[in-house]
Design a protein around this ligand. Structure first.
Ligand code: HEM
Length: 423
């Protein structure tokens, strides 16, 4: 148990709970790629296009959201030490989440109020059914530390992002909700990127890098300081939306969290990776390195977008952050953690009694490498397509994203459908 660092895998949910979220996430990534292939520049040219809103949410809600919800069902009991009540409720959450996403896509595409209202209702219900038991477990969690604190803040951020998204869906349908659109938009985007995505990735990284890569424990200064910045961002975002403040207020309050997400956390990951005890090469670490490199570039694009009204900069920033950073780091983590989970569920009980395959065989290195190359290729092609406004490159990037999703799906299938007893 020493390599487990005090975590309790036996408290986790049935393997099918996180697994179904991860499989859904791979399908959503393929759909995002297909969407980009189909719409071309129409999916990345300007933030107000329905094609852009659709692609954004296929990635943030469909892909990243599904992975993150599934991972929290797994991590909260195992890492925070408090079982999540009614884990099978997760299947209802997933079904509502996907139905809500489909309604949202229809709503963006057609503007039909009924679709937008259905999306708001389904996604809010899914979020409530997720936050109630997971939040309950997190409140009661006995484990202390920066990871558990970070998970709590990220889940609060998630609730805020979904609430703001639902309110904006009503605004889009022409219903007045008492919250003006611009502050809500700034809060929704800022909290989605910095608190929910970057905040959760950072919290998880402080646990995952030491546990899976023999890195040293996260240094207290950078990890707690960036969490503090995330808390400030959460407060600033919620206050901006609720009080209808100028979007610049949200931006100012989120600046420290942006520095944390784009500079401090990635630099700390680089340091942790360089100082790990056993320096075995591991292709899944290259995903971490690539994501750590993408984060400051995304931050640079945000900064430019702030000063230059040209729409491509904001879309480029979003693409670099959600696809270059988010999708990349998630893909890498899945290649490392899913084999571990699958191995634990399938083989740990028969250890010593029957031949057991090595964990790495459950997600072969060649497949990790292929996923890495295609994912980075897709992220890069998309960035060039947005910067140069090239329709052909945008479609090519979509095709590559479909390829990355296919390799990811193949990896999940291979690990989760591993034969129960080896040949
Ligand atoms: C789960 C429920 C969600 C709903 C109902 C929702 C709804 C919306 C709506 C209606 C807009 C357009 C606002 C406008 O009219 O200008 C929007 C924009 C946006 N949302 Fe969401 N959203 C959700 C979740 C998320 C999540 C989880 C993230 C990120 C992690 C996210 C990221 C974004 C971004 C980046 C934009 C700006 C896109 C653009 O302007 O092109 N959303 N969302």
């Amino acid at each position: 148990m020493s390599m487990m660092g005090g975590v309790r895998p036996e408290q986790g949910p049935p393997l099918t709970v996180p697994a179904s979220f991860f499989v859904a996430a791979a399908v959503a990534l393929a759909a995002a790629g297909g969407w980009l292939l189909y719409h071309g520049l129409g999916a990345v040219a300007d933030r107000y296009l329905p094609g852009v809103l659709g692609l954004t949410h296929l990635i943030t809600v469909g892909h990243l959201g599904a992975v993150m919800l599934g991972a929290l069902y797994q991590m909260v009991p195992v890492v925070a030490g408090a079982p999540v009540p009614a884990p099978r409720l997760a299947y209802a959450v997933l079904a509502l989440w996907i139905a809500g996403l489909l309604a949202l896509l229809v709503g963006f595409g057609t503007g039909l109020p009924a679709a937008l209202h259905a999306a708001a209702a389904l996604l809010s219900l899914a979020a409530a059914l997720f936050v109630a038991p997971v939040g309950w477990a997190l409140v009661r969690a006995p484990t202390r530390g920066v990871t558990v604190a970070g998970l709590r803040v990220a889940v609060l951020g998630f609730a805020a992002v979904v609430t703001l998204g639902a309110l904006m869906a009503f605004i889009r349908s022409g219903v007045s909700v008492g919250v003006p659109l611009l502050p809500a938009w700034a809060a929704h985007v800022g909290l989605g990127a910095l608190v929910w995505v970057a905040g959760l990735v950072a919290a998880v990284s402080w646990q995952v890098l030491p546990m899976f890569y023999t890195a040293p424990a996260a240094p207290r200064g950078p990890s707690w300081t960036s969490l503090l910045a995330v808390i400030v961002a959460l407060g600033a975002g919620v206050a901006t939306a609720v009080l209808g403040l100028a979007p610049t207020t949200a931006a100012a309050g989120m600046l420290p969290a942006a520095l944390g997400a784009f500079a401090v956390a990635p630099a700390t990951w680089g340091w942790l990776i360089r100082h790990r005890k056993r320096r075995r090469s591991d292709p899944s670490l290259v995903f971490w390195r690539a994501a750590a490199a993408a984060a400051p570039v995304a931050g640079g694009a945000w900064a430019v977008a702030w000063w230059r009204p040209e729409p491509r900069w904001l879309v480029l920033a979003g693409w670099l952050f959600f696809v270059g950073f988010g999708v990349t780091v998630v893909h890498g983590m899945l290649t490392r953690i899913v084999p571990f989970l699958a191995w634990f569920h399938r083989f740990s009980a028969v250890m010593g009694k029957a031949p057991v395959p090595p964990m790495r065989q459950l997600w072969p290195e060649a497949r990790v490498q292929a996923g890495l190359r295609i994912q980075l290729g897709a992220a890069l092609l998309g960035a060039v397509a947005i910067a140069t406004q090239s329709d052909a490159l945008a479609r090519l990037s979509g095709l590559a994203l479909v390829g990355a999703a296919a390799v990811l799906g193949r990896g999940l299938y291979g690990a989760l459908r591993a034969p129960a007893s080896p040949r």
